[in-house]
Design a protein around this ligand. Structure first.
Ligand SMILES: CSCCC(=O)/C(O)=C/O
Ligand SMILES: [Fe+2]
Ligand code: NI
Length: 181
């Protein structure tokens, strides 16, 4: 079940609120400029599936997002627990960073935990299959796929160079809960 847990940045052990209803999650995130929607990921895709297979299965949804929002490139992160570089890939996203463009992710299988550091709060968003999240450019955040990753996310970019992360150097992420396996 997708969820949103909100913490004050100084209290990683004591959440201020935890939400599981889509409308509550979407409105709380919407109030801080983050788009969160439930789409239909109807095609059966297994974590570990190839990029070409995922893009072909979700071409209509990808085209809709590209048309509506002007995204120019797309790629896929598709991982399962047997991936030989799973630890390195997990580590790549675990520290707080920002991007110069919106972070748009459509989960078509499995799950992952985005933590967004906005003003004095941390919004921990457990994204699952069917969830579309768009985090505005410049938002401080990190992402945990867990020790045993199991997800497929389609990533859309408005920068032709694709994914560029600027790490903030803040160790805040190490104080907050990680994805529970
Ligand atoms: C959910 S896709 C992999 C994570 C990612 O692309 C990112 O930028 C995390 O912050
Ligand atoms: Fe990111
Ligand atoms: Ni699964």
């Amino acid at each position: 079940m997708s969820s949103l847990t909100v913490y004050h940045q100084s209290s990683p052990d004591v959440p201020n609120k935890m939400l599981t209803h889509l409308e509550d999650i979407a409105s709380t995130l919407g109030a801080v400029g983050v788009r969160f929607e439930r789409w239909q990921a109807a095609a059966k895709i297994q974590p570990g599936a190839s990029q070409d297979e995922v893009i072909a299965a979700y071409r209509p949804q990808i085209d809709q997002l590209m048309r509506e929002q002007g995204y120019v490139t797309v790629d896929v992160v598709s991982l399962n627990k047997d991936h030989p570089q799973k630890d390195e890939l997990r580590a790549k996203f675990l520290d707080e960073h920002q991007h110069g463009e919106d972070e748009v992710r459509f989960f078509v299988a499995g799950r992952g935990l985005f933590s967004l550091h906005i003003d004095d709060y941390v919004y921990a968003v457990l994204c699952e299959k069917n969830d579309l999240i768009s985090v505005p450019a410049g938002t401080r955040h990190w992402f945990d796929m867990g020790e045993f990753p199991h997800f497929v996310a389609i990533r859309l970019f408005n920068n032709p160079e694709g994914w560029v992360a600027n790490f903030t150097g803040d160790e805040i992420a190490s104080r907050f809960p990680r994805l529970e396996d």
